[in-house]
Design a protein around this ligand. Structure first.
Ligand code: CA
Length: 304
């Protein structure tokens, strides 16, 4: 996510630490399956976090929900903790059991921030203060919609000043269905100066198919994968060419579905009727057609 520096401080304010005590949930069958399906096969890794989204509501011992005060990047939505924006399906084609759906909805007049007055509400969840980790593999199985100017993402963020505590964008998508982006942000390489790359899907595939988006985060290198194909590899020494390595501290998970904003606009040049988003996409949001579906999220410890 390309967070505008001026807004970054504001962005961090509403994310107060969750007061809810994190309890160790009993392992579901799916979680046990996930634990046994370790990547790399028996290299000493353990599953340290997972959500298979097999229930009918968000597990609040794992996830916080971002609310309406939050605003960054000139995005065109307000976030709301609501069953309309954070939904669950007990089954979906191609998914392993239930899925989480983050869904933008058209609700003009409901935004309580007058300086934004967004026409859309959407969902953003994170594990800040509930699950944070340093080094390891984070992965999620995701399907995204083909619609110009949407901006869903799966990413990691340090729990401190941005960009000093680092950001790892495992996947972010701005509505051109044949590619998704990955990025690192930190001091000296933030926002537009981030270290980023695009991955173009092979012929016959695009972002609307289920894909596993993953990062392998180690003490001296970060590698990104889509469906086990390495899409970007950044050694620590390369990062330090731009600025301080901001990846030795804990980071938390974020899943969100933004609409419009500065990154889509940078790619598609659209200013009206929404920043970075055309009326056609607004119409499809109003029709209830667009969602980011997440089959599961899993995090494994670093290998031995
Ligand atoms: Ca699932």
């Amino acid at each position: 996510m390309k967070i505008a520096p001026l807004l970054a401080a504001l962005a961090l304010l509403p994310l107060t630490a969750c007061e809810q005590a994190a309890e160790t949930a009993p392992q579901t069958e799916a979680e046990v399956d996930a634990a046994q399906a370790q990547p790399g096969g028996g290299d000493g890794r353990t599953l340290i976090f997972s959500d298979e989204f097999s229930g009918d509501s968000l597990d609040r011992t794992k996830w916080n929900v971002v609310g309406m005060d939050f605003w960054v990047n000139d995005e065109e939505q307000a976030y709301l903790d609501s069953p309309d924006t954070i939904q669950f399906l007990s089954e979906a084609e191609g998914a392993d059991g239930g899925v989480l759906m983050l869904r933008p909805v058209y609700r003009p007049g409901e935004d309580t921030r007058e300086d934004r007055d967004a026409d859309f509400l959407s969902g953003r969840v994170n594990t800040r203060g509930q699950f944070e980790f340093t080094y390891g593999r984070a992965e999620a199985r995701i399907r995204m919609p083909d619609a110009t100017g949407v901006w869903p993402a799966f990413w990691l963020l340090g729990n401190g000043e941005w960009p000093d505590t680092g950001e790892i964008d495992i996947t972010e998508y701005i509505g051109e269905a044949d590619w998704t982006g990955t990025a690192l942000h930190g001091p000296g390489y933030a926002g537009d100066a981030g270290i980023d790359d695009r991955y173009y899907f092979p012929e016959g595939s695009d972002v609307t198919d289920w894909h596993v988006y993953a990062v392998e985060w180690e003490a001296d290198v970060i590698r990104f994968y889509i469906d086990d194909v390495m899409t970007m590899r950044i050694p620590k020494a390369n990062v330090e060419f731009f600025g301080e390595w901001a990846f030795d501290n804990p980071k938390y998970l974020i899943l969100n579905f933004a609409v419009g904003g500065i990154f889509p606009r940078k790619i598609n040049g659209i200013e009206e009727p929404y920043v970075g988003m055309p009326q056609e996409t607004a119409d499809r949001i109003e029709a209830g057609e667009l969602a980011m579906e997440v089959d599961w999220v899993r995090v494994y410890s670093a290998g031995e």
